[in-house]
Design a protein around this ligand. Structure first.
Ligand code: G4P
Length: 526
């Protein structure tokens, strides 16, 4: 197969959801369809979300096992499908934001009863920023939930997606009879038999087909006809170009646990989902079909063996062909590196790869050279854009608790921040270090890892902060004036950028009022 064909057959995506909506279940069902796993229950890496902190530490120790499930690849209808796993726990949302920079599209899972939840809003916002094509899967139709039209309204309002339903539920909860596949005029009938669910698919001409009345109770058939008439009047028909531009989102309904609606989702996905998209660098746009290899690190997975501080850097290949044992330029360090055992992740198993193509994710063993966002090329000095840091939600001072281990602590903090575990800000006036995280769990993870991997001890002290804001202004003099005036509230992030550390929403508003020329951003890339 030629280079171009290899690119054309790749579909790299992530499944995202609020915890408990059914992301793990859906992932697993897709892997079953793709033949990547043989039994349900194989994808357990996400289960940390439900466990208590102490269990989390235990699971951390076993992370070596779960590395393989960070990327799951399988072949389906001659296509190479790569699913990137995202952490289920909300405290690891930042990890998910970064993973979204390495995919070409996403599937968003929504619980029919809960509707759009907070975590989903934030994740979809990141997709919108990047015009990532989004497919929505409304899950758990075997349970009572919100009315379909109400849900579509909610998705449009809260997720700001232009929806286009491609299937429509028939009944719900105990009355759930299946879905009508609007896209292909098919009736998918749901019949639960204890734990075994069967799905019968009937081709119908249109909704006036009497076959419908033979299989569905009169009330539900009437409701289906009425509702589909309404939605066909209200929503535009499916437009693949609009979907690929991130401007329209197809919606499917189903029940992942019952395997219902999953195959339709996968079949439609492989037909419409984008092939590897061009990448943006500070210098220029990089096309997947370019001869020369380029890629960037979007995730670093550490602690595979705590004694050796082994890490795996996950690299998304953006252009050209990656080859084992070939010299590549690590642009930030300006050093040539070669990799003798790059890993790919097919069928949830790790294996050494000799070559990899745009859209693929490879794992490179790393002894601490890489940082999130690093670029690898064949020599060109490119810097991939679009891996922003977001303002953390929680902040604490980090303090050395063992004066004899100051060096170890500094090194540990440095490396953990490179991995993207949390963000570090240094106050300009006091030089004190502040750790910012998305959730409280990370503080414990950092403390635990500093002790177990670096032999250093830290403690935290409270700091009252509302947001970290990155700054910009058309007039550099205005920015300088702001930074000088607000010196007491200024910090420096890990990249050396100036950050305004606002103590409260009120203080931030005052700063905005006093300095209308300065723009305040909640993310590091603008
Ligand atoms: P997540 O990764 O998004 O956090 O969700 P996950 O797949 O773990 O699913 C959360 C819970 O919802 C699980 O139940 C799962 O079995 C259930 N679930 C997933 N899809 C469906 C569905 O279509 N219908 C119904 N009724 N439930 C569904 P759990 O009891 O929390 O966990 P488990 O013991 O079943 O693993």
């Amino acid at each position: 197969m030629g280079f171009k064909e290899e690119i054309e057959r790749r579909r790299t995506f992530a499944i995202i959801s609020h915890p408990d909506a059914g992301k793990t279940t859906l992932t697993e069902k897709l892997l079953l369809f793709g033949g990547a796993i043989q039994v349900a229950g194989a994808v357990k890496s996400n289960k940390i979300k439900k466990t208590a902190t102490s269990d989390f530490m235990e699971i951390e120790k076993q992370r070596g096992i779960s590395v393989a499930t960070s990327v799951m690849g399988f072949e389906y209808r001659d296509l190479q499908v790569n699913i990137l796993d995202t952490p289920g726990h909300k405290d690891f949302a930042e990890d998910t934001y970064r993973t979204l920079t390495a995919v070409d599209s996403v599937i968003v899972v929504i619980d029919v009863a809960k509707g759009v939840e907070a975590q989903t809003e934030k994740l979809v916002e990141v997709c919108r920023m990047r015009d990532t094509p989004v497919i929505v899967f409304v899950n758990k139709l075997d349970r009572d939930g919100k009315d379909g039209v109400e849900l579509l309204d909610e998705i449009e309002l809260k997720l700001k997606l232009n929806v286009c339903p491609l299937s429509w539920p028939i009944g719900m909860g105990p009355d759930f009879k299946g879905v009508y596949n609007i896209y292909e005029s098919k009736l998918n009938l749901f019949s639960p038999h204890g734990k075994q669910t069967t799905e019968e698919v009937l081709q119908i001409t249109d909704l006036s087909d009497p076959l419908l009345d033979e299989h569905i109770p009169e009330r539900l058939a009437r409701e289906l006809r009425e509702e589909v008439e309404i939605i066909e009047g209200v929503y535009p028909s499916f437009d693949k170009e609009a979907y690929l531009a991130g401007k329209q989102s197809p919606v499917f309904f189903g029940s992942a646990i019952n395997n219902f609606g999953v195959k339709e989702l996968l079949d439609c996905f492989v037909e419409i989902a984008p092939t590897p998209r061009p990448g943006n660098t500070e210098e220029r746009e990089v096309l997947p079909t370019e001869d020369k290899f380029s890629g960037f690190v979007f995730k670093i997975h550490a602690n595979i063996d705590p004694k050796h501080r082994d890490r795996i850097a996950f690299v998304r290949i953006c252009s050209g062909m990656f080859e084992r044992n070939k010299n590549y330029l690590h642009v930030r360090a300006d050093k040539k590196l070669k990799f003798s055992n790059p890993t790919s992740f097919m069928a949830a198993k790790k294996s050494i790869v000799d070559v990899a193509y745009p859209g693929d994710i490879i794992g490179l063993y790393d002894s601490g050279k890489f940082k999130i966002g690093d670029t690898l090329t064949e020599g060109e000095k490119l810097h991939f854009k679009g891996i922003p840091s977001f303002s953390p939600e929680q902040f604490r001072y980090i303090v050395n608790a063992d004066p004899l281990k100051a060096k170890q602590l500094a090194k540990g903090i440095d490396q953990l921040m490179d991995e993207g575990v949390a963000q570090l800000f240094q106050q300009v006036m006091t030089n004190r270090k502040i750790i910012g995280t998305v959730g409280a769990l990370q503080f414990e993870v950092i403390q635990y890892r500093l002790e177990h991997e670096y032999g250093a001890k830290c403690k935290y002290e409270p700091v009252s902060l509302h947001k970290a804001c990155w700054l910009s202004a058309e007039d550099p003099a205005k920015l300088k004036e702001f930074i000088t005036k607000k010196k007491r509230h200024m910090g420096i992030d890990k990249q050396g950028k100036d950050v305004f550390l606002a103590e409260s929403a009120w203080m931030l508003n005052m700063a905005k009022q006093d300095f209308p020329e300065v723009e305040f951003h909640f993310k590091s890339e603008m």
